[in-house]
Design a protein around this ligand. Structure first.
Ligand code: PLP
Length: 379
């Protein structure tokens, strides 16, 4: 069976097609930060590109593995050894390699919805079964330990946790993570994939809490995924990594050796520069995102047809439509000049996802189009 392409990419493609045809389209589809890389990253990449550049180890150059480990220790007080880091072409490839290395036909993977659209399709591509656990808007789109308990079986191979979540922005408290750990201690065959790619983009005070910190006894069953795409606005550079037990890392790396060998050597050197350089940009950008989030929310809240929660993190607004179908709404919005992604792409029909990883004027214009169009569309 040919896999379906990502609906997110499809909406972005349609937006680009309309633009190429001369239409003015505000594109709020992709979670792609609009910041240029800092000068020290550009300069490291320029210098690297001028040198002869061969293959690197499949799991990344040692400098990158070291820099990623140090960053995790600095930010989340977690220590991993060199043999416990796998680098790939973005967090996406690390997750794919992980599933490919570990899933067998019939295995189940628990995915709370709304989810990042690629998780279920990756699981299916590996011949396994995504078990979608719906999480209501009322719960803040958060999985609860009870819902996890009800979903987990002896066939569960992975439980996917993603916080801050895409598309909801939801984060988990220490107590909820402890509740998940309690449930999973009773299911020793279930592994935990903690996708922390948005860990630096959070709007509440306090440190990020990872399940790897809350449940150190489960360390041998956790893969913690991160990368430079979101925090450092380096999506196109394709550098991500996972921290986990050495045996799992060997499996992930073995898959890596058979597909694209390694991620770009130049990108790896740029990622080292990003991780080792000044980190003030993380807090500055967080504030920029916060302003954008608030500006977008203020406009969306004027609509009688949208109910929009304030996200804890990441850079998406995820309004619920009071009436109507999300795919039809996204089509109508594209015709009206604003590209969004229907919630169906994330297992949450009846919602729309808007990325605010774009400048404030563009975002405000897009939100105004959305409000004006939906208010007309729904009457
Ligand atoms: C939750 C989540 N995980 C992983 C990724 C992939 O990140 P990368 O660009 O590092 O492959 C994304 C990108 O949109 C994401 O939203």
């Amino acid at each position: 069976m040919a896999p379906a392409a990502s609906l997110i990419m499809e909406m972005a493609r349609r937006a680009a097609e309309y633009r190429a045809a001369g239409r003015r389209i505000i594109d709020l589809t992709l979670g792609e930060p609009d910041f240029a890389p800092p000068a020290h990253v550009v300069s490291a990449a320029q210098q690297a590109a001028a040198r002869p550049m061969g293959y690197t180890p499949a799991n990344g150059i040692p400098e990158l593995r070291r820099a990623a480990r140090r960053a995790l220790e600095r930010d989340r007080a977690l220590r991993y050894s060199d043999a416990e880091v796998a680098v790939g072409c973005g967090a996406k490839q690390v997750i794919f390699n992980t599933f490919f290395a570990t899933l067998r036909p019939g295995d189940e993977v628990i995915i709370p919805a709304p989810y990042w659209a690629s998780y279920p399709d990756m699981v299916r591509l590996c011949g396994a079964v995504p078990v979608i656990v719906p999480c209501s808007a009322e719960s803040g789109f958060r999985l609860s330990p009870d819902a996890l308990e009800a979903a987990v079986t002896d066939r569960t191979r992975w439980v996917v946790l993603n916080a801050p979540g895409n598309p909801s922005g939801a984060t988990y408290s220490h107590d909820t993570l402890a509740g998940f750990a309690e449930v999973l201690r009773r299911r020793p065959s279930a592994l935990i994939l903690s996708d922390e790619i948005y860990a630096h983009i959070r709007y509440h005070a306090g440190d990020y809490v990872s399940i790897a910190q809350v449940a150190p006894d489960l360390r041998e069953r956790i893969l913690l995924v991160d990368g430079v795409s979101k925090a450092y606005a380096m999506t196109g550079w394709r550098v991500g990594w996972g921290f986990g037990p050495a045996e799992l890392v060997r499996g992930i790396t073995a898959v890596q050796t058979h597909n694209c060998t390694q991620t770009s050597a130049v990108s790896q050197i740029a990622a080292v520069a990003a991780l080792q350089g000044p980190q003030d940009l993380l807090a500055e950008r967080r504030e920029t995102y916060r302003r954008r989030r608030d500006a977008g929310l203020a406009i969306l809240k004027r609509s009688r047809y949208l109910d929009t929660a304030e996200p804890d993190g990441a850079f998406y607004l995820f309004p619920r439509l009071a009436v109507g179908d999300d795919i039809a709404a996204a089509d109508a919005l594209l015709e009206a000049g604003c590209a969004t992604v229907p919630g169906s792409a994330f297992g949450a029909p009846g919602h729309l996802r808007l990325s605010f990883a774009t400048d404030i004027a563009t975002l405000e214009e897009g939100c105004r189009i959305i409000v004006a169009t939906l208010d007309g569309f729904s009457e």
